[in-house]
Design a protein around this ligand. Structure first.
Ligand code: MG
Length: 465
């Protein structure tokens, strides 16, 4: 009897391993919101936005509280997620331009290995439903980077302006309920379906496409990447979600995204795929604060999108895989850069050894078998190292706000020092009282820099091609 109880105790509390049979590979779904802040979900403390599906996903899985996107804006963040490499290595940055635009010439280089390519080589069906933003010229689109199918938009929903640049007219358009100010196309594979994309129904249509993809591929391992168009400003939601949220139009948009997450999780449950599918939810960068109530919230974190303050890059990170992931709240450090290096081994592959990778394998934390292999995080802006975190401490070598909030570029010598455990809002500079910690971190910065290879920046070339 005692033996049986001991066995039961081990069964209920011991480390978990995937329930899959030997040689079986999990499906993978990555849902990636655009400009959703750390504080925008119920599970992360938002007082009025209702996110029951994401909250349930977090309760059944792991909710990470120190999870980072690799960059504070769209294109570089997506490059790092799909390649497991800091974006400087692939040239996915600019000295003058932060992202790709509708007149950009370049895209993610062919030599990069994306998660879709790695999983495709392992026999996975691969699909992207959503915003690409890694180069819209034909030779850089998702189909050239390992995806079998694509339904979505090539770059941000506020590009291809139909009003002249600058001034009040443009700002007013960003708050307008009309889709007519942006000439953004909606693509299916390499074919333009409509232009401008009807953004009011885009989240609903993404959900339908994602559900269809899952049902179509229920019998084979699949990788589905769902980088949402929303809640990037301008904000749109379908009729069913209009004026429903206590948090206004931004809340409506998040609640529709939450509904779409529910559609995906319900489909996996209905198809009996829940126990063989890893689902991850995160965001490409922090909230776009200059759009005020149309931007989200970084919760207790400082600043937002475009900055290397915590609010710019610390984002929700939710991992769901029933019966396999050890449920709980994870306070260790993880990053979107770690998804490639975590997922490829789970799919039975090995990560490439012909190039430097910056991700770690998060499996020990996901399965409750050990601590996180990541203890540091490098914060780059426009190709320059602005800040560096190791353990609870973070130094800022340079700070600069964005989009009208504290935009002056300031170099710090000595660097600012914050203890993110005691002070997640980065309010109390400790550099004068802990010069020893500053010294240690500067050594770590030097060592990080010496291992960093930097390609030619590809964002700056724009105009007639
Ligand atoms: Mg973004």
């Amino acid at each position: 009897m005692v033996g049986l109880l001991a066995a039961l105790a081990f069964w209920t509390s011991g480390p978990r391993q995937p329930l899959l049979a030997e040689g079986e590979r999990p499906n993978v779904v990555i849902i990636f919101a655009d400009d959703l802040g750390y504080g925008d979900l119920g599970a992360y403390g938002h007082p009025t936005i209702r996110t029951p599906h994401l909250d349930r996903m977090a309760a059944e899985g792991q909710r990470w509280t120190s999870f980072y996107s690799q960059a504070p804006v769209c294109s570089p963040s997506r490059a790092a997620l799909l390649t497991g490499r800091i974006h400087l290595r692939s040239g996915m940055f600019g000295r003058r331009q932060g992202v790709f635009f509708q007149d950009s010439h370049h895209g993610l280089p062919d030599g990069e290995i994306t998660l879709a390519e790695a999983l495709g080589d392992l026999g996975y069906a691969t699909g992207i439903v959503g915003k690409w933003h890694l180069g819209h010229q034909p030779e850089y689109r998702p189909m050239r980077h390992g995806f079998d199918s694509w339904f979505g938009i090539p770059y941000s929903n506020d590009m291809d302006w139909q009003v002249p640049p600058g001034g009040e007219a443009r700002r007013a358009a960003m708050f307008s309920p009309s889709i007519d100010y942006w000439h953004v196309p909606l693509m299916r594979d390499d074919v333009e379906l409509e232009r401008p994309a009807d953004q009011t129904t885009i989240t609903r249509r993404y959900a339908a496409e994602a559900v269809r993809f899952i049902r179509e591929h229920r019998d084979a391992p699949f990788f589905l990447y769902v980088p949402h168009t929303m809640p990037h400003v301008p904000l749109f939601r379908s009729e069913a979600f209009a004026d429903r949220s206590a948090a206004g139009r931004y809340g409506d948009v998040i609640e529709e995204i939450d509904w779409s997450v529910g559609q995906i999780l319900d489909t996996l449950r209905e198809e009996g795929l829940g126990e063989r599918t890893l689902v991850i939810f995160s965001s490409d960068n922090g909230p776009w604060l200059s759009y005020r109530q149309h931007g989200g919230s970084a919760g207790p974190l400082r600043q937002g999108k475009g900055t290397t303050w915590e609010g710019g890059m610390r984002v929700p990170g939710i991992f769901w895989w029933p019966e396999t992931i050890e449920p709980g709240v994870i306070r260790e450090i993880g990053a979107t850069t770690d998804l490639f290096t975590t997922i490829v081994p789970l799919a039975g592959g090995t990560v490439p050894d012909d190039r430097p990778l910056d991700g770690v394998d998060l499996s020990p934390v996901l399965f409750g078998t050990g601590p996180s292999l990541r203890d540091s995080m490098a914060f780059y802006r426009m190709g320059e190292l602005y800040a560096y975190r190791r353990g609870p401490y973070k130094v800022h070598l340079v700070t600069q706000g964005r989009y009208g909030i504290g935009t002056e570029r300031t170099e710090h010598d000595p660097p600012l020092l914050f203890h993110l455990g005691h002070d997640p809002g980065e309010r109390y500079d400790l550099s004068a009282v802990r010069p020893d910690v500053v010294e240690d971190l500067l050594d770590a910065v030097e060592s990080h820099r010496s291992g960093m290879t930097v390609a030619e920046p590809l964002f700056d070339v724009r105009g007639e091609r």
